[in-house]
Design a protein around this ligand. Sequence first.
Ligand SMILES: Nc1ncnc2c1ncn2[C@@H]1O[C@H](COP(=O)(O)OP(=O)(O)O)[C@@H](O)[C@H]1O
Ligand SMILES: O=C(CO)[C@@H](O)[C@H](O)COP(=O)(O)O
Length: 494
Amino acid sequence: MRTTLGIDLGTQNIKVIFYDFELRQTVASASSPLNLYQDDCGTAEQQAHWWTKALRDALSRIPQAVKQSVIGIGVSGQQHGFVPLDKHGEVLAPVKLWCDTSTEAECQEIMERMGGVQRCIELTGNKIVTGYTASKVLGFKHRHAEQYKQLDTILLPHDYLNFWLTGEKCMEMGDASGTGFLNVKTREWCPEVLQAIDPDRDLTKCLPTPRINNEIIGSISTFAAEKTGLPVGTPVSIGGGDNMMGALGTGNITPGNTTISLGTSGTVFAYSDQAIIDDQGNIAAFCSSTGGWMPLLCTMNCTVTTELLRSMLDVSISDFDNTIALAPAGSNGVITLPFFNGERTPNLPTAKGCVLGLDSQNTNRENVLRSGAEGATFALKFGIDELHRLGLTTRQIVLTGGATKSAVWRQIVADITGVEVNVLKQDEGAAFGSALQALCAVLNKGAINQAFLGEHYIMDPQMHCEPSIVAGSVYAERYQQYLSAVKAISAIYQ
Ligand SMILES: Nc1ncnc2c1ncn2[C@@H]1O[C@H](COP(=O)(O)OP(=O)(O)O)[C@@H](O)[C@H]1O
Ligand SMILES: O=C(CO)[C@@H](O)[C@H](O)COP(=O)(O)O
């Protein structure tokens, strides 16, 4: 048996999958949950050592024979988080995550110093929105002046795991494009943003050069081998942001494909062989990890919404589908605006979740819970519309992320978007993508192409969903109501 290991550092859990590339199947997998520290000022943090502990925990449940079969390892991770290291490689502070909105004032401060939002988009391809790394670095400077002086290296979450596994500090172009300080057109750090963060210091000295090739960055150190049971010397590929690895793991490596991820965040993204810059700033102009670009819309409240409602309504995950199946498409008029953690798109960092349309007849668990899944999906339908506005097309949607396991939610995606939905047999897109990247790095000289990978993308016919015309017409009307409701509450939360 020969496998590659894909590791995905998500927000709610870390997953490991061992992919037997000869049999084309996952032979072992495990996940371990992660805590998240949040407060009512928008803070969302994790400790970097929680990640390594969870990784060790997940790997401890994999048989040693499977671990010995690994010929390459790839790491995927939640984007944007800021891991500040001192010169000894020690982490200086808790990691502010992609969903931390506490540095919204710093987003504004950076863009004002750069000459405004449009200038920022002109220089980097993106505006600095809540969650991107740039504002977290300035927030760190403001609030932890002493530790900021000791800042030696800026890493992103998956870079930190790479560092822990191999001792190498590096960055990958796709994940680097989510910092806010990369010019996505030239693929170089943008001096104007870095100076807006700190005019007195050359922050490029804290940044590893972003790498564009899917190369091997190092190998499992003796230290990491002792902690994890992985064979010392196993090659580790560069990895990438979870959406970039999700693109690779859902076959989204050529134009014309669309992926939706139903995870803690909701994302919708496409592949493009040229930079797609949105002057309205709804679609992020990220780089892909496969040499192109990855226009993406991210919402901060996808399964966040269903988890909160599920917990309030006391519905177990195994009863989730049965419960929401009791409500019809459109949830009998209940509409949830899912902004429980504030929101990035629409740009409403201080917004709150709102449940609208309740009356004496429709106030029940099934309508409210289903409206949560529908609201989170309306937010992603907006992403599809925005991609179309920028000239991209959608032939099919490949779904990934934890909630892909919900058959009812899969159908909701097809019905709201009006597009057929497919799921790969290897449905853990980000973990699978990093396992495939490791495979390409070890056996295909880093080249990622359909010719080498095509045979690994196997659709699961049982997960396929065709859009329903009847449900689609209910949703078309409800979507317009959703958009009007977002507009109405924007006035309250702006
Ligand atoms: N059967 C299911 N039905 C609905 N939602 C599910 C189901 N299984 C998992 N989920 C959701 O998926 C979430 C985890 O998604 P995942 O993509 O792993 O998140 P992340 O990568 O952000 O940590 C869970 O918290 C849960 O809300
Ligand atoms: O911020 C973004 C994308 O811009 C998020 O998609 C994060 O990358 C977190 O992903 P999940 O934990 O939901 O997988």
